[in-house]
Design a protein around this ligand. Structure first.
Ligand SMILES: NC(=O)c1ccc[n+]([C@@H]2O[C@H](COP(=O)([O-])OP(=O)(O)OC[C@H]3O[C@@H](n4cnc5c(N)ncnc54)[C@H](OP(=O)(O)O)[C@@H]3O)[C@@H](O)[C@H]2O)c1
Length: 292
């Protein structure tokens, strides 16, 4: 049994590898705890706390970036060959640091199709898609890396700036219906807050290496879209049956519809005691609507 939790202080320095949607939310929040947070992106930008890491171009951060780092969060997906960009390029550097904690954002896609049944961390992953098999391989690489790593399996991520509202605004919305199909989701603020909770949770005596972060209510996509139209006060377009819509969907969009699962958050919310900010899509979307 391994204890890992510790309080965050202004001496803690986070490297957030991959400052996209989730990474930037995490960086912004962790700075409020007084911690330093440096973030990576693939190209230069004006943010003084940002540095370049680009595995495709072989651009590796310089030594100074790693000085004093205590925590690392990787939000970078596998590369096109299925390899983990961080472990492939930075593993030795990370192993040289005295890291208190490392987090890796993965996906619930590794569970494959459970035909609408609930799935938890204790179930054996049975990835259906090639990309999910690659992801599972990356997870394995992380768990075997000798780093103090915790893996977070995430379903569809949404939040202000990335939700059904943006799809409606850009007129990119497809109102598709498929019988008994559900999706799990998570608001970006809950990803950040759950991770910070776990890093700090002194009462958590057991180190759980793999944790799902999902909300309480998997549901059909159409319920979500309908709710957004209701909040905006517009009429939702007539739904199209998945079988009819299929031919117009990209292969990747189609692949999401062949998997049907309900992701359990019992380990996070019951065993470990995390309280979701947005328990369901209604609460989460209200927040997105107010911040549109
Ligand atoms: N989006 C979802 O619904 C969802 C669901 C489940 C799991 N996930 C996974 O959770 C993680 C975070 O998701 P997200 O949606 O927040 O990610 P995101 O917004 O797409 O950001 C990904 C980040 O990774 C960086 N990156 C990508 N390839 C890279 C490479 N080869 N070398 C260096 N940096 C690279 C990107 O750099 P730039 O900033 O330069 O673009 C970006 O900062 C990802 O692994 C994602 O696959 C996502």
């Amino acid at each position: 049994m391994k204890s890992f939790a510790s309080s965050l202080t202004n001496k803690d320095k986070f490297l957030i590898l991959g400052c996209g949607f989730s990474g930037s939310f995490f960086a912004k929040t962790i700075r409020k705890f007084g911690c330093t947070a440096l973030t990576s992106s693939r190209s230069e930008n004006n943010d003084p706390y940002s540095f370049v890491f680009n595995s495709e171009k072989g651009i590796i951060p310089n030594e100074k970036i790693f000085e004093g780092v205590t925590h690392v969060l990787s939000c970078i997906p596998p590369d096109k060959n299925g390899n983990d960009p961080v472990l492939g390029n930075l593993k030795d550097k990370l192993l040289d640091l005295s890291l208190k904690w490392v987090g890796y954002l993965s996906t619930t896609g590794v569970y494959g199709n459970t035909k609408g049944n609930w799935v938890s961390e204790s179930d054996q992953p049975t990835p259906l898609q090639k990309r999910s098999q690659k992801r599972l391989n990356c997870e394995k690489e992380w768990t075997e890396s000798n780093l103090p790593v915790q893996i977070f399996r995430l379903p569809g991520i949404y939040g202000p700036g990335r939700s059904t509202f943006e799809a409606i605004k850009r007129q990119k919305i497809r109102v598709i219906t498929k019988k008994n199909q559900v999706f799990s989701r998570i608001h970006v603020a809950d990803i950040t807050n759950a991770i910070i909770y776990l890093i700090q949770n002194k009462n958590s005596l057991k180190f759980h290496q793999i944790i799902n972060i999902a909300d309480d209510e998997p549901c059909s996509q159409i319920e979500v879209i309908q709710y957004c139209y209701d909040l905006i006060g517009l009429k939702m377009p007539k739904p199209i049956l998945f079988e009819d819509a299929k031919k117009e969907l990209s292969p990747i969009a189609q692949s999401f519809w062949v998997e049907n699962r309900r992701v359990s958050n019992k380990l996070l919310c019951e065993t470990l005691g995390y309280r979701l900010i947005y328990k369901n899509y209604k609460q989460g979307l209200k927040n997105c609507f107010l911040n549109c």
